[in-house]
Every structure is written in C-alpha cells, then in structure tokens.
Ligand binder design. Structure first.
Ligand code: PLP
Length: 357
C-alpha cells in the first residue's frame, strides 16, 4: 500500500492555505491590480505576426539576451547592474528564498504586505518574521531595526509602494533599513509605474540592495515576466537556482515588441492615475468610508460592515478584494483596483447600492 498524502507531503505544507484566485467570469474585475486596457489594435496585429513566426518547436533563448537589452533600456537599469528574469516576480521571490534557505534562515517582511513573501518563505522552509506597520501603514523603523538585530534575516522584502495599503514607505526609513540589514533587501517595485519613485538609482550605493519589477501591473499580466536587478555578485548565485527556459518564447517575443512601444503603457498608466484620483474623491464622499491615498493602481478603503458590502458588490457583478480578517490593521478594509472610467462608475454605483441595502 502506498502512503497517503498526509504521510508524504510536508506537514507544514499540509497545514498551509494556498493562494486562492476567485472565479471572475462575467464580473467587472477589479480584484487583481491588472491594467484594464488592452493594447492598441496595430500593436496586437504586429504581435500576432511575430507569434506566427516564433520557433516554438525550439526551447526559448535561455539567456533572453534581446529581452534583457530592451528591459535595460526601458527600466533605466544602471550599466554595472545585472538582470535576472522570472516567470512573474512571484517566481523571483521563490528563486531568492530557495537560494538563501540555509537551515534556520529568516525572511523578514512588514505586515500587512504582499502575502506571497510569507507564503513562498514557507514553501522554502524558511522562518518568516512579519513586523507590523504603524496604524497609518507607514514603516515602524525602530521595530524593523530591532527585529533585524534579533532575527538576522537573510532576506528582507519591502513592497514600494506597498500592497495592500498602496503607500510608499518613507525613503529615509527604507535607507536606514538597507544600511542596517545583515543580508539582502529586496525593494519590490511592482507598482512603480503609478508611483514614479524608485530605488533603482541607489543600487550602486548599497551592495545588499536588489530592485524587483514586473510587467504585470503595466498591462502585461498575461505574459508573466518579472525582473530582478542588482549587482552581479548576487545575481550570478541566484541565476543557478533559476530553472532553464523559465521565460518562454512567446513571453520574450511579446515583451520585446511591447517594450519598443513603451509609450502605450506609460499613457495607460497616466490614465489609470487620473482615474485613481477620481475614485479617491468619490470614495471620500461615501458615508462611513475612509479611503487611503494611493501611489499604486488600487485604493484601500475602510467601510462599516465590509464583508456585507463586499458580498453586495459581488451580487451586483463587481469583484473587488476583501481584506477583512487578514490582519488586525485591515479590519473592515476592502481593496479596489482602478479600472476604466466605466468600470469605476459601475463600481461606485454598486457600492452606493450595497451601502444602502
Ligand atoms: C507587491 C507585489 N509584488 C509582486 C506581485 C506579483 O507580481 P507578478 O505578477 O509579477 O508575479 C504582486 C501582485 O499582486 C504584488 O502586489
């Protein structure tokens, strides 16, 4: 008799709740921080031609050489820094944890933040230490610094702007953390397009700093491409853990083409930022709502009876994300992704009904 999963699968994995993705068929989908705009028809047509020619009978270019050249240019990567590509930045988080998971090694993050930092640390068998943010979602630098002294983390993850709060952490406090960290500090700039601020230009000053970007929030979530940027001495070790061919041919072809038309994406990001302003203003007018200002493409807000409101929105065909119950600081909090003007109008109308119901 073969053993049961309970006997074979690691106990800590058995006890985990995995990352769940709700069914969004037919809904106004404002739950995953996607860019609501598709690419223009001409660009889609040129992608179709390139895909037609792509040699998908062969493995992809393992070094993704052309894509790296385009990314260097598009992201403004300092000359003396290297790039490591991932199947989304989720995979880069995994690469980082696998490579640093010495026995007893610690990952440090702040709470609440992007849940995959904690989950992937668990996958790699690392201990995760979550340091609570202040009530206003700003860094509590003293707590982070003393946790670093106590736990000596191999890896520190900071999302900049943070998800789910949407704010940028104070730059000076982040620098203090980088300077005091005994290991790597990863600045996850997934929402950079909507924030403008970056630590990219600081890479040369801090030898333990890595900057992570993704094309997901820019309008290319479907192709799965993340980028880690940093000094060669770190990246050449991490590169050993990367699976060969992790960035497939179609992703490479599409990303290269779209990056040559980068203005399309920056224009879309500008439209999203405008709508973010409108959403914040309108949310501020809903009785009982506290909306938190955002440097990302989503807005966190607190509302009475959040779970009931969330269900009411869903019943009216609008899917956002409830964070109620996930952390003490997120009591009665919901997070809405900025959509098209029509989608945002639909959300606001459904919200008015859900609140009144
Ligand atoms: C802070 C942060 N980092 C990374 C990701 C994941 O990005 P990707 O789609 O590149 O895996 C997300 C997705 O929501 C995020 O919020």
């Amino acid at each position: 008799m073969p053993k049961s999963p309970d006997e074979i699968i690691r106990e800590d994995i058995g006890a985990l709740n995995g990352y769940t993705v709700p069914d969004s068929t037919g809904m106004v989908k404002l739950d995953a921080m996607e860019n609501p705009y598709r690419l223009p028809g001409t660009l889609r047509a040129s992608i179709a031609r390139l895909v037609e020619q792509a040699a998908i009978n062969r493995y992809p270019d393992a070094a993704a050489a052309e894509l790296k050249v385009r990314l260097r240019d598009a992201l403004g990567v300092p000359r003396n820094m290297e790039l490591l590509l991932g199947n989304g930045s989720d995979e880069l988080i995994q690469t980082l944890t696998l490579a640093t998971a010495r026995p007893g090694a610690v990952v440090l993050g702040v709470e609440p933040s992007f849940v995959m930092f904690r989950l992937i640390a668990a996958f790699a068998g690392m201990r995760y230490v979550g340091v609570e943010l202040r009530e206003d979602f700003q860094l509590d630098a003293e707590r982070v610094l003393s946790a670093m002294v106590q736990h000596e983390p191999a890896l520190v993850f900071l999302a900049y702007p943070n998800n789910p709060s949407g704010n940028l952490f104070d730059e000076e406090l982040v620098i203090r953390i980088i300077e005091a960290a005994p290991g790597i500090v990863v600045l996850d700039e997934a929402y950079h397009a909507f924030a403008g601020k970056t630590f990219m230009h600081r890479l040369e000053r801090h030898s333990n700093l890595l900057v992570m970007r993704t094309v997901s929030k820019l309008g290319l979530a479907g192709i799965r491409l993340g980028v880690l940027i940093g000094p060669g001495e770190w990246l050449k070790q991490l590169e050993k853990v990367r699976l060969p061919y992790n960035v497939n041919t179609l992703t490479q072809v599409v990303a290269c083409e779209v990056l040559q038309h980068g203005k399309v994406l920056t224009d879309q990001a500008a439209a999203i930022k405008l709508e973010r302003g409108r959403l914040l203003r309108e949310l501020g007018r809903v009785p009982g709502v506290t909306a938190y200002s955002s440097d990302a493409n989503f807005v966190l807000f607190r509302i009475n009876h959040a779970e009931r409101v969330f269900d009411g929105l869903k019943k009216r065909g609008v899917l956002i994300r409830s964070l109620h119950g996930s952390h003490r600081l997120l009591e009665n909090c919901l997070r809405v992704t900025v959509g098209t003007p029509d989608e945002n109008t639909a959300f606001l109308a459904a919200l008015a009904h859900a609140v009144a119901a």
